[in-house]
Design a protein around this ligand. Structure first.
Ligand code: SF4
Ligand code: SF4
Length: 520
């Protein structure tokens, strides 16, 4: 009993991020129970804090697995890829003269269309709101269930999953692929490898091809691409994205998560003891050993864990992590090891969820005989949800009350003012009038702030007096040079606020901007 207790205690400490102890524990287990043989996993690195700074990459051969989380991953994969590949072809009627693509980034005309929303460059602040929403959603997901984003939604995960599936189709499952890779090159092996890379490149090409469809009318661009009449830039971008997809998802895979992506580091700093993470319940699994050995130990009243040390959880892991070693930067929390272990538990007639979404806190509480505690509603989740709600509400209000007209004014930099021969003082401004509606509109431009004002539009010899009428085409902006003059006497170094106002001649809708009239 004492030996078993020591082992369990040592394992608890080993789990608390002291990997070298794991080796000692395995030794202790072997000494205490010869039947608890540890089957080596040839392609699985053992945790070792004192190892070299640089470790050569070990190729990972993830094994196929079935189960709840694998099904969830398939569903998420099909939904997200379906949206990505299909969205450019969704139509949205915006009226005559406007593009009918639901989601379109129109660089030539400097517009972003998202279903009923049309954003102009002046409204880039909506992007800030979107980024805040995205960051807070990521933080909330992390506070509730760890790296859900990494495990299910991240493009790197989704495409890597797809590339690995193709690899398994062509090269076989883990064991077959491993054996094939150990054999010398043959025509058959070359053929399989070639087929895999061709399929990968085709998928990568589709990925890049779908991306460019967001920047032009998709059906038209598809025709142009097929007939080699598309702009050169489209082919260049497809080439770049084909290369990056093929490299990142086909070759680099888990290396992106381990070495390139900052999120695992940020996530580790943001998590807390209540966040649900894929966790090996070592309180239940240890001391690990073979089925027979564990059964024998139980008969003798000795402690025996449910883990049969079969390494199935490691073999299915897309990043090659042994979840039993505790929290790991390489674990993307995909849940596939849960499915693998559940299958093993079903076979040996032990309860499922030896690996599960759980917390270290609960393991500790169970060991102390206390009930489990799931604490989803807490300060940080309430804070993140609150920020999301506020930012979403502000954005919704801003969109709902968005004006369909606008004006911006820039004072001439040089000269700041001009004194004419008849004594009149003149300032020059560049005025841009925006018409965001889909109809041609006439705006009355007025300038307020000085008692005696004369407006002149450069190029317009007719307009003279305190106002001008400007016509702007549908969904367009119109830039004009406006000269504002006055005979009024101004104080020295005057800087008088001027309000430039446009008023729709038909509807009366208004917009204004403020600049200053400068004097000597
Ligand atoms: S799959 Fe389950 S039983 Fe097998 S090694 Fe992993 S944790 Fe242990
Ligand atoms: S350890 Fe489990 S949850 Fe983590 S990446 Fe590997 S399979 Fe996914």
């Amino acid at each position: 009993m004492q030996a078993g207790g020591d082992i369990a205690l040592a394992l608890h400490h080993a789990h608390a991020a002291q990997p070298p102890l794991l080796e000692l524990v395995k030794d202790a287990m072997g000494a205490a129970s010869p039947a608890a043989s540890v089957r080596p996993a040839p392609d699985v690195p053992e945790p070792d804090d004192e190892g070299p700074l640089y470790v050569a990459r070990r190729k990972i051969y993830p094994q196929r697995v079935k189960g709840t989380y694998r099904t969830i991953k398939w569903i998420v994969l099909f939904v997200t890829l379906g949206i990505y590949y299909g969205l450019p072809f969704v139509r949205w009627d915006r009226g005559p003269g406007a593009p009918d693509q639901a989601v379109l980034i129109d660089f030539p005309n400097r517009r972003f269309y998202f279903f009923f929303i049309e954003l102009w460059p002046q409204e880039i602040y909506y992007l800030t709101g979107l980024l805040i929403l995205a960051a807070m959603t990521l933080f909330l997901m992390n506070a509730v269930a760890g790296r859900v984003w990494c495990g299910y939604l991240c493009p790197q995960t989704v495409w890597t999953d797809l590339f690995q599936t193709i690899e398994r189709w062509v090269e076989g499952d883990r064991r077959e692929h491993l054996q094939r890779d150990r054999q010398p090159w043959t025509v058959e092996r070359l053929g399989r490898s070639g087929l895999k890379h061709v399929l990968w490149l085709m998928l990568a090409w589709w990925t890049g091809g779908a991306w460019v469809l967001y920047f032009a009318d998709a059906p038209t661009l598809v025709k142009e691409l097929a007939t080699f009449e598309a702009p050169l830039l489209a082919y260049v971008w497809i080439g770049i994205l084909t290369f990056t997809t093929y490299t990142l998802a086909g070759h680099m895979r888990e290396q992106v998560c381990l070495y390139m992506c900052p999120w695992p580091r940020i996530q580790a700093a943001l998590t807390d003891e209540h966040a649900l993470n894929v966790t090996y319940r070592y309180d239940r699994g240890e001391p690990r050993g073979s089925v027979k050995k564990s059964a024998a130990l139980r008969v003798q009243g000795m402690p025996a864990g449910d883990c049969v040390d079969c390494y199935q959880c490691v073999y299915v892991c897309p990043t090659g992590v042994d979840i039993r070693s505790g929290p790991n930067l390489g674990c993307i929390q995909c849940g596939l090891c849960i499915d693998a272990c559940d299958t093993v538990m079903a076979k040996i007639d032990r309860p499922a969820r030896l690996i599960a979404y759980d917390t270290d806190l609960n393991i500790k509480r169970r060991q102390e005989g206390q009930p489990e505690l799931y604490h989803i509603v807490r300060m940080r989740t309430v804070f993140y949800a609150g920020v999301i709600a506020i930012v979403a509400a502000v954005m919704a209000y801003a969109l709902a009350t968005r004006q369909s007209e606008g004006i911006s004014v820039i004072h001439d930099r040089n000269p700041i003012f001009v004194r004419l021969s008849d004594g009149e003082l003149r300032n020059g401004f560049t005025v841009r009038i925006l018409n965001k509606s889909l109809e041609r509109r006439s705006f009355v431009l007025t300038v307020e702030g000085l008692a005696d004002i004369d407006l002149k539009i450069v190029g317009d010899t007719v307009t003279s007096g305190p106002m001008a009428v400007i016509t702007v085409g549908p969904d367009q902006s119109h830039e004009l040079r406006v000269l504002v003059s006055t005979y009024s006497s101004l104080p020295p170094a005057a800087s008088i606020p001027l309000t430039f106002r446009i008023t729709d001649a038909q509807t009366g809708q208004r917009a204004s901007a403020v600049d200053h009239f400068r004097g000597p």
